[in-house]
Design a protein around this ligand. Structure first.
Ligand code: ZN
Length: 239
């Protein structure tokens, strides 16, 4: 069944979308846009929290962010690969959700699942638009793909101002008690020796916000030129 979304975020593990794109999703939802998250795995191979706990936490975070939908593809955690079969599964979900904008992870960082997710999602977005790919839902290709680069040493090309919803983003992270309670690091956020994880997320979003004169921002790369009719159109653009 088609369930149209304005924005779909796809990420390797539950909590990745919140860490990287939570503010972008929360702000869009607060502006009346339909948003969703597709988690590729349940994160079951992680050292903290069993599968059931992580799914419950993901559902709680979804309601904090105001997501219209959240689904899990159920691919193998810690063994995520951009195979043709996995691509077809993700393409099916992209056709189901028909997003205008797709948010994915940038192919960098330490976790192989993250760069596999980036390649898999980009390939799936292309395949979803192919008329020759059969399936229940008609072909659909997102109009724009943004790759989230938070916490990586990559210069962003787009920063979404998330100042109004920074606390909502933090609340969505707190929903993952099994992962972040007392945590001082997670994934590509390594301990700086003095701050807890939530503080570190706040610092980073503050630093990215400062690049565009906003209190808090989430950074993305496009990887291709974008057309404007007038330079004036660049000003004041937001979700
Ligand atoms: Zn992850």
């Amino acid at each position: 069944m088609i369930e149209s979304l304005d924005i779909l975020a796809i990420a390797a593990h539950p909590d990745d979308a919140e860490l990287l794109m939570g503010g972008t999703l929360a702000r869009a939802a607060s502006n009346g846009k339909r948003t969703g998250v597709l988690d590729l795995t349940t994160g079951a191979a992680g050292t903290k929290g069993d599968e059931a706990t992580r799914l419950e936490e993901a559902a709680r975070a979804a309601s904090v962010l105001g997501l219209a939908v959240r689904e899990n593809v159920g691919l193998p955690d810690a063994h995520l690969e951009a195979t043709v079969l996995n691509r077809l599964q993700v393409a099916h979900w992209i056709r189901t959700f028909t997003p205008e904008i797709l948010l994915i992870q940038h192919a960098g960082g330490r976790n192989p699942d993250h760069y596999a997710a980036s390649t898999l999602c980009r390939e799936a977005a292309y395949s979803a638009g192919l008329a020759s790919l059969s399936g229940d839902a008609p072909p659909h290709r997102p109009r724009l793909i943004l790759e989230a680069v938070s916490f990586l040493a990559v210069n962003p090309e787009v920063v979404i101002d998330i100042s109004e919803v920074m606390e909502t983003k933090i609340d969505s992270l707190r929903a993952y008690a099994s992962q972040f309670d007392q945590a001082i690091e997670a994934g590509d956020i390594l301990s700086n020796g003095i701050s807890d994880l939530i503080e570190q997320v706040r610092f980073r979003n503050q630093a990215y916000g400062a690049l565009v004169q906003a209190p808090y921002g989430e950074p993305y790369v496009l990887g291709h030129p974008i057309r404007f009719d007038s330079p004036l159109d660049i000003l004041g653009r937001s979700l």
